[in-house]
Design a protein around this ligand. Structure first.
Ligand SMILES: Cc1cc2nc3c(=O)[nH]c(=O)nc-3n(C[C@H](O)[C@H](O)[C@H](O)COP(=O)(O)O)c2cc1C
Length: 304
């Protein structure tokens, strides 16, 4: 059997298959239908210090080969998460990464400080990149702000500190370098692309928030391009590729472009069984290519 294990900073994962934040609840909801033991980690819905109600509906609109969402980071808030969700998450047969969001450095820091002492939490994915909230993007678009945020969080945790990047920037490599300079162990990319759709009959936007984040297969070429650029800019930093992965071949594109692991998001809505198949399909493809480990595939893009 080929070796599917990978390492992100201080964390060793059984497989390079993770769930994308916001598409897999808090991690436990899918346990009746997804074999969580075969996943490298589950990543929770974004968590903020205070509960958030999210945006007005409609919050979702289907698009060709994808969807727009403007959920607006609805979540239960830190204290309720610790009391209600963590005990369940502690029982999961895989690692748990908490996706963290905030309006200020202090809000991000409050969550990391509080969860650092919780054994059930194996690391943090710092969401600097949500397009569906008013102050969602400052840390994702200004390199100095991004570096400053990660630098402030680094001393607060020995656990995995992974920064999730936005594609809605001129040059994603600049932000990636800033996150690594700040002390990020790993980078995950991409979050959704800013989009919009109009109902021509009513002449109204299809989303209550007007704009939303585009996800699904439509964004995959953009995501693969971003992974390639970040891999060139930040050699040695593990990358987790995200964006429109619906088949094993989609995932393989990301590994070849430079990702050490991948996350599956929108596909969980239409084909939740894909998460059960993907680790085995990766095994099968590696064996067919006579590769003994997924690590041998990472960043093997040929240019000759
Ligand atoms: C309905 C929905 C909700 C999402 N919520 C979050 C979130 O709370 N935090 C976050 O970092 N990303 C969130 N995302 C972005 C995904 O984690 C992922 O980065 C993006 O959807 C691209 O991957 P995909 O094409 O496989 O879905 C959300 C995506 C969708 C579709």
């Amino acid at each position: 059997m080929p070796d599917l294990s990978v390492t992100l900073g201080p964390l060793a994962l059984k497989t390079p298959v993770l769930t994308a934040s916001g598409t897999f609840g808090y991690g436990c909801e899918y346990s009746p239908i997804v074999d969580l033991a075969r996943l490298g980690a589950v990543i929770t819905k974004s968590l903020s210090v205070h509960p958030r109600e999210g945006n007005a509906s409609p919050r979702i609109s289907e698009t060709p080969a994808g969807m727009l969402n403007a959920i607006g980071l609805e979540n239960c808030g830190l204290e309720s998460f610790v009391a209600q969700r963590l005990p369940e998450l502690a029982q999961l047969p895989t690692h748990v990464l908490v996706n963290v969001v905030g309006n200020s450095v202090e809000e991000y820091a409050t969550i990391c400080r509080r969860l650092e002492k919780e054994e059930a939490v194996d690391g943090f994915e710092i969401n600097i990149s949500c397009p569906n909230v008013k102050y969602g993007c400052r840390f994702a678009t200004e390199p100095a702000d991004c570096r400053g945020l990660v630098r402030a969080l680094r001393p607060l945790t020995k656990k995995l500190l992974m920064v999730k990047l936005s594609p809605n920037v001129t040059d994603i490599a600049v932000i990636a370098r800033a996150a690594v300079e700040g002390g990020a162990d790993a980078l995950s990319l991409i979050n959704t692309l800013l989009g919009m759709a109009v109902d021509v009959n009513t002449r109204r936007p299809r989303l209550g928030y007007v704009t939303g984040g585009l996800s699904g297969p439509a964004i995959r070429p953009v995501a693969v391009r971003c992974v390639h650029q970040v891999a060139q800019a930040c050699p040695g930093t593990p990358i987790v590729g995200i964006g429109g992965i619906r088949t094993v071949y989609d995932a393989l594109e990301f590994f070849i472009a430079g990702a050490s692991a991948v996350q599956v998001g929108t596909t969980n809505y239409l084909d939740p069984d894909f998460l059960n198949r993907l680790p085995g399909e990766l095994d099968g493809w590696l064996a067919q290519e006579k590769l003994s480990s997924i690590k041998e595939l990472v960043g093997t893009l040929r240019r000759d």
